[in-house]
Design a protein around this ligand. Structure first.
Ligand code: G3P
Ligand code: CA
Length: 267
């Protein structure tokens, strides 16, 4: 079980920094695939971050970009389609795509996973899940579907901090949080003043700013509101070291092994 990501309480971080593999161990395997999630564990992660979007027929799939172009062979498989947007494809259509070859031949045949499959693999690997909901258009039906899915899953609802839902869209995040009692949520995005942090603390447990926006005083302000703070996406040693020094609770990285190495040397 990953370390608890419950809020740090008021004051300093006491626990070792939590290592989060960004889109899985995406420096070593095609992002947001089951291989990237399995490799996250081998590279020292406690949790893996995945990006989730809805298909045309309402399934949740794990893919970062709004279109399938960059990370699949969609243009070859469907040469006549004008739109390559995830939202314009059904799950069955997306399942025909190769989501691994663009990264390397060793990953040929990887599929775009569903949210269900990704969560099952994370559970099997003993990793926590940081699920980012990508919102292109606010959609109450999508929120309801996701809330039903999360409410129905006793594994992820049990132990606090095993699953964190994050989004840049705080309206959607807040609505899902209201529909899923006990859901652990994190606000992505810019930095906020004291009032903003206090408002966020009413419905979220964490804030996740870009690593260049993190400073030690900002981490202290977040902690003073009972919010944990994870920085993203820190890939080089200087950035990782600085985040640890600033007192963040977690670091999201394409190279979880680098964060894990710093965590060891920091003990
Ligand atoms: O986990 C935070 C980070 O993933 C947000 O940016 O574009 O990589 O989804 P992006
Ligand atoms: Ca993301």
């Amino acid at each position: 079980m990953p370390p608890s990501t419950a809020g740090p309480g008021r004051g300093r971080r006491a626990a070792p920094v939590i290592v989060v593999a960004h889109r899985g161990a995406s420096a070593y395997a095609p992002e947001n695939t089951l291989s990237a999630l399995r490799l996250a564990r081998l590279h020292g992660a406690d949790m893996a971050e995945i990006d989730v979007r809805q298909t045309a027929d309402g399934a949740f799939v794990v893919v970062h970009d709004p279109t399938l172009r960059r990370t699949t062979d969609v243009a070859e498989v469907y040469p006549d389609r004008r739109s390559l947007r995830v939202a314009d494809f059904t799950l069955a259509e997306i399942r025909r795509l190769d989501a691994g070859s663009w990264f390397g031949d060793a990953f040929a045949g990887e599929r775009v996973p569903t949210l269900e499959e990704a969560l099952a693999v994370l559970r099997e690997c003993g990793l926590g899940a940081l699920v980012e909901l990508k919102v292109e258009r606010r959609d109450p039906e999508m929120r309801r579907r996701l809330a039903d899915r999360l409410n129905a899953d006793s594994h992820w609802r049990r132990g606090q901090g095993r699953l964190i839902l994050q989004s840049f869209d705080w309206v959607t995040l807040r609505a899902v949080a209201e529909a899923v009692p006990g859901l652990h949520t994190a606000v992505l995005g810019k930095t906020y003043g004291r009032l903003g942090l206090r408002r966020i603390a009413r419905y979220a447990r964490q804030i996740h700013p870009h690593h260049l926006r993190v400073t030690a005083p900002y981490v202290r302000h977040a902690h003073a509101q009972g919010l944990a703070l994870f920085g993203w996406t820190a890939n080089n040693d200087t950035a990782i070291r600085r985040l640890i020094r600033d007192g963040v609770d977690g670091i999201i990285s394409d190279y979880p092994d680098r964060v894990a190495a710093h965590r060891l040397s920091a003990v």
